[in-house]
Write a protein that binds this ligand. Structure first.
Ligand SMILES: Cc1cc2nc3c(=O)[nH]c(=O)nc-3n(C[C@H](O)[C@H](O)[C@H](O)COP(=O)(O)O)c2cc1C
Length: 200
């Protein structure tokens, strides 16, 4: 959860997904990135040798969680046409995973494939509002061996809780949660199709 605003729009969507998944038997874990204490990448080159990050901080336990999960939902509002800094710190720290995967080609036989979903909201209605972040998510999910399965993205949502007024958002989130609990390959609802952007 990459918004610093608890119980805000991103949080409502993510909670809806997680609650629905739990109701249908899934085990979920939510990480509040704003208080997780994740340092951005220092570009020290430490992971070049080992595929592991040299830092010990809030990210340390998250590496294992990312590797073990069946589904990873990254939820962030748009801040200046981007994911939030808290979310970006998580993304940057996946450099160690990228290094392990593409340069060191480490433990490839032990890799578990998973699915990645991106959830976002923004206040404006700009045509390209989510484009930059979709690219970031594409490369983040690739680095952690997650198939970028889908995104639910909502424009014109600003005030805290305004997402509840959206005609389909809560139902879209519930569908994702349910599908995750079923271990399904995610499909996005008809209603969400107009906001679903297939990554290029
Ligand atoms: C620092 C900051 C920057 C923002 N930049 C954008 C932006 O570039 N585009 C946009 O559509 N909304 C922008 N917003 C609005 C938020 O994305 C919007 O209010 C969203 O609903 C907040 O989600 P949350 O309740 O989950 O935090 C910005 C908000 C803040 C606080």
């Amino acid at each position: 959860m990459g918004s610093p605003r608890s119980h805000g729009n991103t949080d409502i969507l993510l909670e809806t997904i997680l609650e629905e998944a739990k109701t249908h038997g899934a085990w979920t874990q939510k990480i509040m990135l704003a208080s997780a204490g994740i340092t951005p990448c220092l570009e020290c080159g430490g992971c070049d040798e080992t595929g592991r990050c040299v830092l010990t901080d809030g990210m340390t336990p998250i590496y294992g969680m990312l590797m073990d999960a069946d589904y990873i939902v990254v939820a962030s509002p748009m801040f200046f046409y981007n994911i939030t800094s808290y979310t970006q710190a998580l993304v940057e720290r996946a450099q160690a995973c990228w290094m392990a995967k593409y340069i060191l080609k480490k433990d490839r036989d032990k890799i578990k494939l998973k699915q990645g979903i991106f959830v976002s909201v923004g206040a404006t209605k700009g045509k390209n509002l989510f484009n930059g972040s979709l690219l970031v998510m594409k490369y983040f999910f690739d680095a952690i061996d997650a198939d970028f399965s889908g995104a639910i993205l909502y424009k014109g949502v600003e005030k805290k809780g305004a997402i509840k007024e959206h005609p389909s958002a809560i139902d879209d989130a519930k569908i994702i949660g349910r599908q995750m609990a079923q271990g399904a390959e995610l499909t996005i609802s008809e209603q969400a199709r107009n906001v679903f952007i297939k990554p290029v």
